[in-house]
Design a protein around this ligand. Structure first.
Ligand code: ADP
Ligand code: MG
Length: 220
């Protein structure tokens, strides 16, 4: 049975038809690369899956629940309890240290125990080799370290679905490979669905499931 299902999903921005009748299924523990040219609709699709934006029409079902029918409060609850995001350009807040950045989603309203989340975050930072960064400010870190802190934050609430938008876009190929492997290992450990947007064919080869989008349509 599919964990995430999109049925004839369309997205318009004004007169621009960005996603055109998308039908897709994702299994609960599947790892997916989503590839396509710039402007093909990859980020838009990820935003819809993550409940950051809404489809213009069609259905998006997660664990049998139609998220397109949720009101705004229910949608943000869904986002907090199901989704972890990793973006290319890290969104670490410059004014707080890395541990406080990591703890932000939990404090904002994951509804889970803060101390437990903190313990997990510290363990995860050790696993990713960035525990020495936790008390540092984001600007004191290298790009690779920032991205790993970013990942710790995304997974701090153990999301069922991990959505990554060009997570390796600003990394060299060695770090890029490391981060890709880490995302896969973490998703496997948590039993999460992993969806990684990339335009890097080398990154895509690390995934058994490759979805290609062209001009708002799934072509393979
Ligand atoms: N908020 C927005 N308002 C208007 N057009 C948008 C918006 N976001 C994306 N688009 C348009 O939708 C298309 C797909 O964008 P996007 O999903 O970001 O593509 P990708 O991530 O594959 O590069 C592009 O033509 C882009 O200009
Ligand atoms: Mg994009």
């Amino acid at each position: 049975m599919s964990f995430v299902q999109l049925k004839n999903v369309n997205k318009h921005y004004g007169k621009t038809h960005v996603l055109k009748g998308i039908n897709l299924e994702f299994s609960q523990t599947g790892h997916y690369a989503l590839v396509g040219a710039s402007g093909s609709g990859k980020s838009t699709l990820l935003y819809l899956l993550g409940g950051l934006d809404r489809a213009s029409s069609g259905e998006i079902e997660i664990e049998g629940k139609k998220i397109d029918q949720l009101d705004d409060d229910e949608l943000s609850f869904y986002r907090n309890s199901y989704i972890g995001f990793v973006f290319q350009f890290h969104f670490l807040l410059p004014s707080m240290n890395c541990l406080n950045n990591i703890m932000l989603p939990a404090r904002i309203g994951g509804g889970k125990e803060i101390e437990k989340v903190k313990k997990n975050a510290i363990k995860m930072a050790e696993f990713l080799g960035v525990s020495h960064c936790l008390t540092k400010m984001p600007y004191e870190l290298s790009g690779g370290e920032q991205q790993r802190i970013n990942i710790v934050r995304a997974i701090s609430l153990r999301p069922k679905i991990l959505l990554c938008d060009e997570p390796t876009g600003n990394l060299d190929s060695q770090n890029s490979q490391k981060v890709t492997q880490l995302l896969k290992d973490l998703a496997s450990e948590f039993g999460s669905t992993l969806i990684v947007v990339t335009h890097d064919e080398k990154v895509a080869t690390h995934f058994n499931n490759k979805i290609t989008i062209e001009d708002g349509q799934i072509i393979s």
